[in-house]
Every structure is written in C-alpha cells, then in structure tokens.
Design a protein around this ligand. Structure first.
Ligand code: ATP
Length: 341
C-alpha cells in the first residue's frame, strides 16, 4: 500500500515552548490514523502542520510522496474538519457545502451535483435548504464533513470533530464516521484526547506524550502491549505493578500491568490453577457503574489494583456490601504484560 503522509523529524517551537519534538510517522493510503494524547501534547500542532497552517521549525512533510513542507495550505490535497464546524451561518446547507467548489471556480451545475452527492453521503440530502442554526449538533457536524468530502481530498484531517457532542450522539457519530471513512476510502488523520474513541475508530493510534510519539500501533497493540507507563495509564486503566511489587506478586523482574477486566474478584482464598496468579487484598472501594462494577483493591503486597466485573447476576446492593472485605484477585498469567520504561 502506498504512503499518503510521511512526517520526518518534525519539530515545532513557539518561543520557549517545544510543542512538537522529533515526530516521524507514516500514514498509509486509506488508513484511519488517530493522534491520541492529553491536552497540550502537540496533536493539533501536528495536524496544523500537515494542513499547512503552521510551518515546522524543522523536519519535512510529504503527501503522496511529494515534499509539501513549503507548500501553502490551498495547494495541498488535504481538507480539515474542526470541532466548531466553522459553517457560514447566513448560507444554507447546500451553499455551505458548495462553497469550496465555488472558490475553485467549478461550474455551477457540477457544483450543485457534487454538493448534493456529498450531502447524500452524510444522509442529509433533504436538508440542503436549511440554515445551520436549524440543525442539531450532529447534523451540523455532518454538514462540516460533507463540506470537506465534496472536494474529494486524498487526506481528511479531523481535529476533535465530535468534541462538542453529547456522549450518546458522540458514540453514534463514531460508528457513522468510521463507516463513512471505509466507504469513501479517504485517508483520515483524527485528533482526540478520548482513548475510547481512539480504540473504537482507528486502524492505528499514535499516542502523544509531551510533543513526542510514545507509541504507534493498532488499538490492540496499544492496549495489550503499552510500551511505556504513560501509554499504559493514558489508554485504559493501567494497573501498574512496580518493580518491587511485581517481584513479590508475580515473581518477575521490572514493571508489569494487568488490565482490570482480566482480573477476577473472589471471596476467601481459593487455590489458583497452574496458569493462574492469586494476590490477596482488601476491597477499599466499590464503584457501581450499571453494566459493571469497579473494585479498587489494596493488595497485601503493597500495590492497588482495579478489577472490573460484569454485573451479570449481582445487584448494586450486593456489590456495595463487598466494601472492606478480604478477597483474592486471580488472573491468567498470560494477561501479565511487561511495560517498557
Ligand atoms: P489540545 O487537546 O488541548 O488541543 P494538543 O495536544 O492538540 O492539545 P497543541 O494544541 O498542539 O496540543 O499544543 C501543544 C503545545 O504548544 C501546548 O503547550 C500549547 O500551549 C503550545 N502552542 C500551541 N499553539 C501555540 C501558539 N500558536 N503559540 C504558542 N504556543 C502554542
């Protein structure tokens, strides 16, 4: 598969602030790549450099094999969708979608046809005559997408495009956006600080930590094999066992992690099977979250682990009554994951 985007040694400073530090990354044609990281980790700055809105302090940007580092934004085959949609309030939906084509002097009939097609792609074919103020947040977001798709860019850059939506709509749009990306086959670079969103939608994720890429990989690789404690903590609940505790509980050197859903909470002290690990402790806190319950357990060996159990049978009063009880945490040893430093 050919390369849509190649970033090499990308760096951006604003005065004393190093926003992006030595970022190198390749994105394949048709790939859905997410830049994931906390606020201020440099994701948006990378996106803006790919779009051409910011000039890198050092490094190069290639699009489809061509060095575009010094090429202005309007000559790059990319489009950007922002969180705040940036729709023109005085124009109706169809005019908003057509706008980019008008600027490019595409003839009127073709413009209209392409805009209608783009609106159909986002299931808004009947909304062309409305003003943005007459739409819901999710519909406005779809118009913003249609406006980007109408240009048929090779690459679509999306900066927290679902950030302004409530959780239900956001989850629905995550699925829709992924389906849309598959259908149109455009390369997506998607910025979010929401780890679940990243895990749900992406082919690969680049995790950002203080301007650098801490790890790049598929959602499974990132979640099951985090390369640093930062990645383990940022993507999911980390459950780190530091060197001393890992030696006591696991009999292993270095730092390890066991994800919460892999841990069973058992009352008393049952004997572990051959491939199982057992660690005794006390339930400090119980958090009932409807479908599941989170148990925060202080191990006798010194660490605190979180275990998540499905509430298949248990009621909230049953799980809540377990606070303060002595338990044994058990997990299969294959779920013990080394965490790089
Ligand atoms: P968020 O999720 O909050 O958008 P981010 O990961 O996208 O964060 P960036 O917006 O890329 O982070 O910012 C990275 C760093 O660069 C931050 O410390 C930020 O304050 C700084 N920064 C970004 N743009 C500018 C600017 N125009 N001038 C000065 N500093 C900037």
């Amino acid at each position: 598969m050919s390369t849509a985007i190649r970033l090499t040694g990308l760096r951006k400073t604003f005065g004393d602030v190093v926003a992006v530090d030595d970022v190198s990354l390749e994105v394949a044609d048709g790939e859905f790549l997410t830049l994931l990281g906390p606020s201020g980790s440099g994701k948006t700055t990378v996106l803006r450099m790919i779009a051409g809105f910011e000039q890198p302090t050092a490094g190069t940007i290639e699009l489809a094999g061509v060095d575009v580092t010094r090429v202005p934004p309007y000559d790059r085959d990319v489009n950007t969708v922002f969180q705040d949609y940036a729709l023109f309030p005085h124009m109706n939906v169809l005019a908003n979608v057509e706008y980019g084509l008008m600027v490019k002097k595409v003839p009127k009939a073709e413009r209209r046809q392409r805009a209608e097609e783009a609106l159909a792609t986002v299931r808004l074919e009947d909304y062309g005559a409305r003003k943005p103020s007459q739409l819901s947040g999710g519909q406005r977001q779809r118009v913003a997408l249609a406006r980007a798709l109408v240009n048929k860019p090779r690459v679509l850059l999306l900066d927290e495009p679902l950030g302004a939506l409530d959780l239900k709509l956001r989850e629905q749009m995550q699925v829709e956006l992924k389906e849309l990306q598959r259908a149109v086959g455009i390369t997506f670079v998607f910025v979010t600080h929401d780890q679940e969103e990243a895990l749900t939608m992406s082919d690969r994720i680049a995790v950002f930590d203080a301007g650098r890429i801490a790890q790049v990989g598929t959602p499974t690789e990132i979640y099951e094999h985090p390369s640093t404690p930062f990645v383990a903590g940022f993507v999911g609940i980390s459950n780190l066992l530091a060197a001393g505790v890992a030696a006591t509980v696991l009999g292993r050197e270095g730092m390890w992690s066991v994800r919460p859903e892999k841990i069973r909470v058992t009352l008393g002290s049952p004997a572990p099977e051959a491939n199982e690990r057992a660690a005794a402790g006390v339930i400090r806190e119980v958090v009932y979250v409807g479908m599941s319950t989170r148990f925060i357990v202080d191990l006798d060996a010194g660490a605190t682990l979180i275990a998540v159990q499905q509430n298949s049978h248990a009621t909230s009063s049953e799980v809540n009554s377990m606070r303060g009880q002595r338990v044994t945490l058990m997990w299969n040893t294959e779920h013990e994951v080394p965490v790089g430093s």
